[in-house]
Design a protein around this ligand. Structure first.
Ligand code: PMP
Ligand code: GLN
Length: 388
């Protein structure tokens, strides 16, 4: 294995899911839903397979999907993208992120991440031969919410910084960045002429009590940002289709055509029959998504209350389907140790937050639980957690 990939031989999700399977634990670790998306969408996929949509789709993605993505960004956020030149379909958001970095960042360049960061970011930066610089989210003990350390973000930008990779709603903390925070990020990008890559896979999972209401605001909608931002999302979290791996990236034609150059030699294309199904869902199933959001909000509350009853100090979650909890009131200082022991001891799997950090210390005691599960599954996990 090449040196630059040595730190990335396994992922925490694979490790914890394998442990959960081996021990029969309730898996609140890896974030994937345990129910299917809208029936109409599933029917479109079935029909597409039956009708022979089974060969390579066009390189940029099937036109009806690119058109649906552009229409969705336009009606939802007011940003206009040309489906032919400014939208690219990818194999999940994961490929969109990796292809963006491979296409736009030279070896030796720097990429700024906000930590804790989703695990694929560091690996993708390494694949591109670049170096990551990080700025933290900082927990405000009074509100139990994280905020972006804007000064640290500014300080992380140097002369070799080419891009900033931002995730909101944020995995693993559930933070939804505020307008002020986004404004500061946009200012930094403009000042230093950075490309912004925004991971918006949880764009529709923002809850009513989020700081500025249940809205996601894409960075590309801020002044001067649409021309320097690659906005990435995927169908996985919005339509309960994490296994379909239909993602996309929207941005100015010049940047998107660069991403396409990298993407065509990574996977060429992906998932033909799923593309018309996600196109259908973006156009017809947003009411279903609103019901999903409400359902997840109730599950968030149920899990948060249950974890509090079990003795955790639970942090606020404004978006995504994750709750982070401090295990110190239960006597556990190290979340990684706890997560490695939990499946065997009480039959629950969770994810330690420190593994998403270059500087793990402030996050050492935090554990992430996923609530995108059936109520009975959450209740069973909580019943077991009360034995801690
Ligand atoms: N970004 C974040 C923040 C995620 O949590 C995930 C996991 N769903 C992804 C990207 C990957 O998305 P996809 O499955 O579409 O590749
Ligand atoms: N995004 C999911 C999570 O954070 C898992 C994705 C994966 O297994 N790589 O739990």
């Amino acid at each position: 294995l090449v040196n630059r990939l040595r730190p990335f031989t396994s992922t925490i999700f694979a490790e914890m899911t394998a442990l959960a399977t081996r021990t029969g634990a309730v898996n609140l670790g890896q974030g994937f839903p345990d129910s299917d998306g809208p029936m109409g969408m599933l029917q479109v996929a079935r029909r597409a397979i039956a009708e022979g949509v089974n060969q390579y789709p066009p390189g940029p993605g099937r036109p009806e999907l690119r058109e649906a993505i552009a229409a969705h960004r336009s009606t939802r956020y007011g940003t206009e993208y040309d489906p032919d030149t400014e939208v690219l379909v990818t194999v999940g958001a994961t490929e969109a992120i990796a292809a963006s970095l491979l296409a736009l960042v030279e070896p030796g360049d720097e990429v700024v991440l906000v930590e804790p960061y989703y695990d694929s970011y560091a690996a993708a930066v390494a694949l591109a031969g670049a170096t990551r610089r990080v700025a933290p989210l900082v927990l405000d003990p009074a509100t139990k919410r994280f905020r972006l350390d804007v000064d640290a973000l500014r300080a992380a930008v140097g002369p070799r910084t080419r891009a900033l990779l931002l995730n909101s709603p944020h995995n693993p903390t559930g933070t939804v960045l505020t307008e002020d925070e986004l404004t500061a990020v946009a200012e930094i990008c403009r000042e230093h002429d950075l490309i912004a890559i925004t991971d918006e896979v949880y764009e529709h999972l923002v809850y009513d009590d989020a700081p500025e209401g249940a809205v996601h605001r894409p960075l590309a909608t801020l002044p001067g940002m649409v021309d320097r931002t690659l906005a990435i999302s995927s169908g996985g979290k919005t339509f309960n289709t994490t296994g379909w791996k239909i993602g996309w990236v929207c941005g100015p034609a010049e940047l998107v055509s660069a991403v396409r150059a990298a993407k065509q030699f990574l996977t060429f294309v992906g998932g033909a029959p799923f593309q018309p199904a996600i196109a259908h869902a973006l156009r017809q199933e947003m009411d279903w998504v609103e019901r999903l959001r409400k359902d997840l909000q109730a599950k968030r509350d149920r899990l948060s209350e249950g974890l509090t009853d079990a003795g955790f100090d639970v942090l606020g979650t404004a978006g995504t389907y994750f709750v982070c909890a401090d295990a110190r009131p239960l006597g556990y200082e190290d979340g990684a140790e706890l997560c490695r022991a939990l499946p065997e001891r009480i039959g629950v799997a969770a994810i330690p937050v420190q593994v998403f950090c270059d500087n793990p210390d402030p996050m050492r005691h935090l554990v992430r639980f996923a609530f995108c599960k059936k109520t009975a599954v959450l209740d069973e996990a909580l019943r077991r957690l009360r034995r801690l």
